[in-house]
Design a protein around this ligand. Structure first.
Ligand code: SF4
Length: 417
């Protein structure tokens, strides 16, 4: 296993005091171009540049779930103008095919219009690399492109996230992990130094994202805050219009400023807090130069994700033990559409289980996904799949075939890889 880490950013002038540029009020394309104009992209001349948007799901353009295609279009144009050789790549969540997701979000169209290649980063074999000083993970399987391109640019959309508080530029790099190896981060055991008090224990997922960011710090981050997602992110939340784009060569600084615009703080997002404490980037706003000076005027608080889903779905007991966001998204989208029908078909206590870490299972539970341990699958209704799609859950519950509209997954989920 050879060591690997993305090189120092050629766009970062002062590591101890990074710049963040924000553009507001002029829509996706113009905001992106304006924010990028504060950075000298000339070091990209003649270099290969991988643009990594968030196109992890099948989602319509401007739904707040995936990156706005016009932000990606502007990034392609800016790097083309700088003389770079630009591509766009993605490795989506389990059950989603990269090229289908890129097409659904409108990113394929803007890339093809510019003769910019699209890369399914799951298509080739992974590169396994060690994680130096990793507390929760010791190695990662990377999509090979991440190790081959000269420059990697993270282009996330601002979203609240049920598991991690928020997902912005640092966490968007999780989409550079190969296929289902992303899922492993959601199923890690507690670290050896974890507090025994569950109130104070750091979540292995948060530690793992901080571990990952030690080697996967993007060279530039372009945060799409045109239409973000509040509440039940990363996929079942509500659209939130902000009309901002945030750019920095320090992903932690970009995220810290974005958090502030979203009405939260990097100190409340554990992977940012941990990474900042380890010196992987700057999260202290006092040590970040933000342009323009009145940037805080653009802030508009995002609704936070509920800490307990039973608040959101009071008649349904959701038992989520070490699931990944693919099953969680499937379930949340399913419940948003069908919770009333579900009560008809599951009278009494509606118990729904996802994830691999269950210690027991009430009789009659709806057990969703291949992760449910074999001994519990006969306790109620088991829906196989990784993740299953909404129509499969509906069919299993009502006992007859059904068709669901597309629910954030490819038509034919990848049940192997
Ligand atoms: S079954 Fe669900 S929780 Fe398990 S890995 Fe697949 S998508 Fe994730």
């Amino acid at each position: 296993m050879n060591e690997f880490r993305l090189s120092e950013s050629p766009f970062l002038k002062d590591k101890s005091r990074p710049n963040v540029a924000i553009a507001h009020g002029n829509g996706a394309y113009k905001n992106t171009m304006e924010a990028l104009s504060h950075f000298d992209l000339s070091p990209a001349k003649g270099k290969t540049v991988l643009l990594k948007p968030n196109a992890g799901r099948i989602a319509e353009p401007n739904s707040g779930i995936c990156t706005d295609p016009e932000v990606v279009a502007a990034a392609i144009d800016a790097f083309n103008e700088a003389g770079a050789i630009v591509s766009v790549g993605e490795s989506p969540i389990s059950g989603v095919k990269a090229l289908e997701a890129l097409a659904s979000t409108g990113i394929s169209k803007v890339a093809e219009d510019r003769n910019c290649p699209l890369i399914d980063m799951d298509a080739r074999k992974p590169i396994i690399v060690p994680i130096p000083k990793g507390r929760a993970i010791k190695s990662l399987k990377l999509c090979p492109e991440v190790t081959e391109f000269d420059i990697v640019v993270s282009i996330p959309v601002m979203k609240m996230h049920m598991h991690t508080g928020a997902t912005i530029a640092v966490k968007n790099m999780k989409g550079c992990l190969w296929r289902r190896s992303k899922v492993v981060l959601h199923m890690l055991p507690p670290t050896k130094d974890a507090s025994a008090d569950p109130q104070h224990a750091e979540k292995p997922l948060d530690i793992a994202i901080a571990d990952m960011s030690n080697i996967l710090k993007p060279h530039l981050s372009i945060v799409d805050g045109i239409t973000g997602l509040e509440g039940l992110g990363p996929s079942a939340g509500t659209k939130k219009e902000l009309d901002v784009v945030v750019v920095s060569a320090d992903a932690f600084a970009a995220d810290a400023v974005s958090c502030c615009l979203m009405g939260t703080s990097a100190m409340e997002i554990p992977h940012l807090k941990l990474g900042g404490e380890r010196g992987y980037g700057i999260t202290d706003l006092d040590n970040i130069d933000v342009t323009p000076e009145n940037w805080r005027d653009f802030s508009s608080p995002f609704a936070k994700p509920p800490s307990d889903l039973s608040v959101e779905f009071p008649d349904i007991n959701i038992m989520d033990e070490s699931s990944c966001s693919a099953c969680q998204s499937t379930l949340l989208l399913f419940l948003k559409r069908y919770k009333d029908e579900l009560k008809e078909y599951l009278p009494g206590d509606a118990n729904i289980a996802i994830g691999a870490g269950h210690k027991d299972m009430p009789a009659g539970s709806l057990c969703i996904g291949n992760c449910i341990q074999k001994q519990f699958r006969d306790s109620g209704i088991f829906i196989p799949g990784c993740p299953p799609v909404g129509s499969e859950i509906l069919s299993a519950v009502i006992g007859e075939p059904s068709v669901d509209i597309r629910d954030g997954h490819s038509e034919q989920p990848n049940k192997k890889n």
